[in-house]
Design a protein around this ligand. Sequence first.
Ligand SMILES: Nc1ncnc2c1ncn2[C@@H]1O[C@H](COP(=O)(O)OP(=O)(O)OP(=O)(O)O)[C@@H](O)[C@H]1O
Ligand SMILES: Cc1cn([C@H]2C[C@H](O)[C@@H](COP(=O)(O)O)O2)c(=O)[nH]c1=O
Length: 776
Amino acid sequence: MPSDGPARGGTAIESEFNGESSGVSPSTDQPAGTAGQPTGATGQSGGATNQSGKAGTQSPSGGPGGQPDLTGYGAIRSVLRIRPFRRLWIVLGAASFGDWLGLLATSVFAAAQVEGSTAKGAAFGGVIAIRLLPALLLGPVAGVLADRFDRRWTMVICDLLRFVLFASIPLYALTGASGARVVSWAAIATFLIETVTLLWIPAKEAAVPNLIPRARLETANQLTLITTYGLTPVFAAIVLSSLDGIIRGATGGEMPDWAQPAQLALWFNAFSRLATAVVVAFGIKEISQGQTDERERTEQSMMRQFTEGWRFIGQTPLVRGLVLGILGAFAGGGIVIGTARFFADSLGAGDAAFYLLFGAIFIGLAIGIGLGPMIVREMSRRRWFGMSIVLASASVMTLAFAIHLSMALVGAVFVGAGAGMAFLSGTTLLGGEVADEVRGRVFAVVQIGTRLVLILAIALGSLLAGVGGSRTLTIADLGISVSSTRLLLLAAGAAGIFAGISAFGQMDDKKGVPVLADLWGSIRGRPLMPAEPFVSAGLFVVFEGGEGAGKSTQLGKLAELLRGQGRDVVVTREPGATGVGARIRSLVLDTTPDEAPSPRAEALLYAADRAHHVATVVRPALTRGAVVISDRYVDSSLAYQGAGRTLPVDEVSWLSSWATGGLKPDLVVLLDVDPRTGLSRVAARAESADRLEAESITFHDRVRYAFLDLAAADPKRYLVLDAARSVEEIAERVARRVEELLGSADGIDHPGRAHGPDTSVQPELSPSELVTTERT
Ligand SMILES: Nc1ncnc2c1ncn2[C@@H]1O[C@H](COP(=O)(O)OP(=O)(O)OP(=O)(O)O)[C@@H](O)[C@H]1O
Ligand SMILES: Cc1cn([C@H]2C[C@H](O)[C@@H](COP(=O)(O)O)O2)c(=O)[nH]c1=O
């Protein structure tokens, strides 16, 4: 595997944006891992992440409103406008191509030096095995070095060493040494290269987030992952085989040693590393700038830094969840790889099926990495990570039940898609939410852990599948192969699901928000959000209804009754209960011709009034235990702006829920009145009609039925009364219900903390479903 992992975007180096439009305001472009309080340092959610957990947006809702368009081609272009990242991406792309060439070439090269198929196989496999070995020996200290020394110089020195080592392999072959000696040196050099790479990777991974604005982190990762694991390996394989054909053709099969494709590939690999060293040393000085102060880095002993790194990983839920999830995913992946050939056999298919399955996984990976962010949009990246692992693992389980190649191929695409999305979200979270001073160590642990787990899982998977064999059991004429391979896949899937759910639990930044509804809302661009933590000790009663329904009259009567009982009562209304609200009220209700706000502006103005009202009047009163009685609340927006103005009701609901932080009333008294009756009452007040009262009768009819539908959808929380009844009769009914609530044995049963906005559109209800309507 090539050494260049994904780049993780990072800091806005201000000068880089000068004259090169970034499309994002500086405030949203905080350096990843340095903006706000990084999770890495506290174990809390990253200070600058929004509620969606997606790096880089300041929209508290995580909604589309505050989010620049960071998907698709535009996002890629804007990432590539950042000069330090652009340079690094180009040079790392070339180096990754060189690494893939080098990996293929060293293996082919070693095999070519010996005779006989067994020796060739051993030489080929041996070189690859040697590549994995240093991780086990040197891994623990690699991260400490990345956090301790200047990362730019660490990268430069490592690349210079790799240049020398790569070049030494073909050079040594040219000296005329024996095949065995050349293979031995290739093995030693490969071991040393991997050792150096191990120091280089955490330095690079930890440094790159300091180069790119947080908002671009995910796109930068997509770009680098696709380059490193999608384009360059394919390109390398094509180039190596074409090179072989071209040189053979040109030399008539008599190739001089120096012209062997494997040797040329190694030279390319060597010089790509030299180029990386030069570019990083002279062209990307910003890598040094983002790092923690040198004095801070070196004043602790290495031992202390080492143990602190582990303690940090163990004690930080986000990092623990990430590490657990990544290792779980790799274990599952290893089992799939280890059992793949046996699985293809169990389908009664041959080698072609085996390659098809692998192809399907890679297609899935590309879909997950390339399209994943566009599909889930504003989904919390922490949640997305856990869910992706569950998706990949559940798909592994479906492989166990596949009775036909086509089913297995679909399953394999989903395995790849889940793994790709987990990889992308995991790397973005690691880069964006782990503090700079420990980032190197965290990356090192992930890097070593994944290698170890992968090797063990592949080995164990193939061993167990090989030992178990395959039996065919006939169930209802279906030839189903029940074999140890399938049982292993089942177990791997179950373990992966467990790892995904555990990671999700550790990292969830939207506890209490239903997962599937959140996913669906996110896909539609409106993620749910957690309610603000708040404990109500009072009672929140809202009067709703059309114009002239008698809300103010009833509200006054209820307040009088409760105050007579010695209760703390706060009477309030929307819009206009506060100074800010009064100004908004005059804006929205003013009838000056040509000054009417547009429907969306109107919705926003009501939401603004509500946000301020709830924050400054309603919540403080409820916290101290008062009975808050409000003339209108969220339902008025749903009915007037949603049904009346025909704005999408779920969007209006989402907006209100955001404005209120999810605060729901304990009781809504809906005074239902025919608009003709209500408007005639209003007209009798001898005041001129405000802007909404002046709307058409069909508008008011829509408003009325929207109120009734809302009540029918949540009957427990509504008291629907016929407003044509007498004032006293209505007051008596209201008093009875409120006293029931206040007198209930275990106090007031407040509606649960809002689990995000109620995005349900108004349901179609039959008259018989309007069960709580007390109208005759
Ligand atoms: N049950 C009722 N029967 C007849 N008239 C009523 C009844 N309740 C209130 N009214 C009268 O209707 C008029 C409007 O009442 P009120 O101001 O309480 O309604 P509202 O719903 O608050 O109106 P608005 O929508 O304008 O805020 C008042 O003149 C009031 O005296
Ligand atoms: C809260 C709220 C109110 N409205 C409308 C409903 C009324 O026409 C006015 C308020 O006047 P009232 O005399 O105080 O009832 O505003 C709305 O359209 N959307 C809302 O959210």
